[in-house]
Design a protein around this ligand. Structure first.
Ligand code: GUN
Length: 299
């Protein structure tokens, strides 16, 4: 039986530290931390995520600005908004919600955000700092940063001697997750859709991180007994057992078969999910401290 990792509790601890850090910065330097969130179009899931990011920023005592742009926004208009937010000294963090509508090219937009305001950690400067082992001066993508805290809570600060397998190689999650685990001395394998014998690769993992976007793909017999399993998937699937037309959220791991084998496992929901938004707040207050020339809090 695994211990079930409580992401809600871990996220609340991060948020408490964000709040006290933001208060201290305001008291000591007269700086109110500012976050701008930009969304283009009407995708309901993105709208919901962005709404909760803006609300959490307010709860943390930040200046919270949300720009909701219409579907037909042009690349030029979006770049102009980012330029305006780059120049706004009351804004310390800028997040452009992804994915953007198909007619827009997200990469130039992301790269136009000032690296020091890139609270998503997607700018090449921030990705490059993480890749070269500089984890103290850049900004790190929120979901992997949050997932690493959950791993540290179970395994401690130093992962020397432990084998970690990350399934998924995206810029937003898989690549930075692998680099973070490496920075803590884990022996890291990056697995993905073209990996041969994925089940066998996973079975060697002391730390197994799944971010593939396939509902319940990782089965219990892929899990090493006692492993720490971090499930980053959020998949909406039909749940006829709850009634006709009902849905539920499941992860990339089959919880029912993984939980009896794992040593610790994150549930879905209430596992990694709450950590993402907490780390966005953490990155924003870190950016505000740095801008004020002060030593930023560590999370
Ligand atoms: N869409 C889903 N997750 C994220 C995220 O972490 N950042 C941004 N910008 N968009 C997302």
């Amino acid at each position: 039986m695994a211990s079930v990792i409580n992401g809600t509790e871990a996220a609340a601890a991060v948020i408490e530290k964000v709040k006290s850090s933001a208060q201290a910065l305001e008291a000591e330097a007269g700086v109110v931390t500012g976050l701008a969130v930009v969304i283009v179009g009407t995708d309901p899931a993105s709208q919901a995520y962005v709404g909760s990011k803006s609300k959490m920023a307010k709860d943390c005592g930040f200046k919270s600005v949300q720009h909701s742009l219409p579907e037909e926004t042009t690349q030029q208009e979006l770049l102009a908004l980012v330029a305006q937010l780059n120049a706004d000294t009351s804004i310390h963090g800028i997040l452009v919600q992804l994915p953007l509508p198909k007619h827009l090219d997200s990469e130039p937009v992301i790269q136009s955000i000032l690296p020091e305001k890139d609270v998503d950690g997607l700018h090449v400067v921030n990705a490059g700092k993480l890749a070269t082992g500089d984890i103290d001066t850049g900004l790190i993508s929120c979901t992997p940063a949050g997932a690493l805290i959950l791993v540290r809570n179970v395994r401690g600060e130093d992962l020397s001697g432990l084998s970690a397998v990350v399934i998924g190689r995206s810029n937003l999650f898989g690549k930075p997750m692998g680099q973070l685990l490496l920075s803590r001395n884990a022996t890291v394998t990056m697995a993905h859709s073209r990996t041969k014998d994925l089940a066998k690769v996973c079975a060697g993992a002391d730390i197994l991180v799944a971010a593939v976007g396939r509902p319940e793909m990782v089965k219990g017999d892929w899990v090493k007994p006692g492993a720490t399993v971090i499930d980053v998937g959020i998949n909406r699937v039909a749940a006829p057992e709850k009634g006709e037309g009902k849905h539920k959220l499941v992860g990339d791991c089959d919880f029912a078969s993984c939980e009896p084998v794992a040593g610790a496992i994150t549930p879905v929901p209430k596992g990694v999910g709450p950590m993402t938004i907490a780390m966005l707040m953490a990155n924003t207050v870190i950016a505000a401290y740095r801008k004020a020339g002060k030593t930023a809090p560590k999370f």
